[in-house]
Unconditional design. Structure first.
Length: 319
């Protein structure tokens, strides 16, 4: 039986620097470590997104709530969650209107496989340092409050487009998690690793407190320039949504292009066909027109150069 411990391992400044280098090698653009107890606030976030209007095709999302609320049911003895994101931005986005317009995230190699590979490599790196550590990679492969844990980062915020937005990279990101059975969180606080390209914030680490009752984050120590919530008067993503799935009141799953072209098993209503057009899987308009989306696409070549510049390597694009 693996000996579980609540004691914090010795994590020196050298460890964090090496972790930063490993993230750059794996093209990870953000990483933060959250206590598994943070799941206590996940139900509120989940219900805000779906509420009680979950279509029959998505009924599986409402199952296994007890697993979502307790990550140790996914990995026995789980103590910490390492949440990462990868960018899939594509500056050369263009599509012939006479052919299907496939969403940027669905191009190239299956992102689930790429993400899992990166997480497994990160897990093996940790095991070389802590031989007794056990871990499990999550890439949409288990019931988990993914957006809730991702938004715990000082660099992340949930946008009005119903997606998690990275402070510098916008919404065109993939999320993945590594559950570990080692306590990596000092005093139960969230640890955010600064992986911004220009490192203009100075501090490598940010520590954010958690309210033990509500599970909500509290004021951070050494806070970086935070991810900015959507301005009240900004509705660009709502205006760009062709079907009206996004609106000021709530997210209407049954009108979402992603749902209609992936999950829905019936005939798409005639009134939505014209609005969907030639788009397949999801429209990138709500990502590119959201806060930070346009600024991100206008970055000059080289602004985000280096290992994190592109999600896919040339070989993966050809796979």
């Amino acid at each position: 039986m693996h000996a579980l411990s609540d004691e914090l391992p010795e994590l020196s400044a050298d460890f964090w620097l090496k972790l930063e280098h490993k993230c750059n090698e794996l093209q990870i653009i953000s990483l933060h470590i959250i206590p598994t107890g943070y799941a206590i606030g996940g139900k509120k976030s989940f219900d805000e997104k779906f509420g009680t209007d979950i279509p029959a095709d998505l009924e599986y999302l409402s199952r296994n709530r007890e697993v979502r609320d307790n990550p140790s049911l996914i990995l026995e003895g789980a103590r910490s969650v390492i949440s990462i994101s990868l960018s899939y931005r594509n500056l050369d986005y263009n599509a012939d209107p006479h052919y299907g317009c496939i969403s940027a995230y669905a191009r190239g190699r299956d992102y689930h496989k790429v993400m899992k590979q990166r997480l497994e490599r990160l897990g093996e790196w940790l095991r070389n340092i802590f031989p007794d550590i056990r871990y499990r990679a999550i890439t949409d492969s288990a019931p988990f409050y993914e957006q809730h844990f991702a938004a715990a980062s000082s660099f992340m915020v949930k946008g009005r487009n119903n997606l998690i937005r990275h402070r510098d990279a916008g919404s065109m990101i993939f999320l993945g998690e590594l559950l570990v059975d080692m306590n990596l969180n000092a005093d139960g606080r969230i640890i955010t690793l600064n992986l911004t390209p220009e490192s203009s914030d100075g501090n490598l680490l940010t520590f954010t407190g958690i309210n033990p009752v509500t599970g909500e984050t509290e004021e951070a120590d050494n806070p970086p320039s935070p991810a900015i919530a959507c301005p009240d008067k900004c509705h660009r993503c709502l205006d760009a949504c062709p079907t009206g799935a996004l609106n000021p009141q709530k997210f209407i799953v049954s009108k979402c292009i992603s749902y209609l072209t992936i999950e829905y098993g019936g005939y798409i209503p005639d009134e939505l066909w014209e609005k969907i057009g030639n788009r397949i899987y999801v429209t990138d308009l709500v990502k590119k027109n959201g806060a930070k989306g346009l600024e991100w696409l206008k970055y000059k070549a080289g602004k985000f150069e280096g290992p994190s510049a592109k999600f896919f390597t040339e070989a993966e694009l050809k796979t």
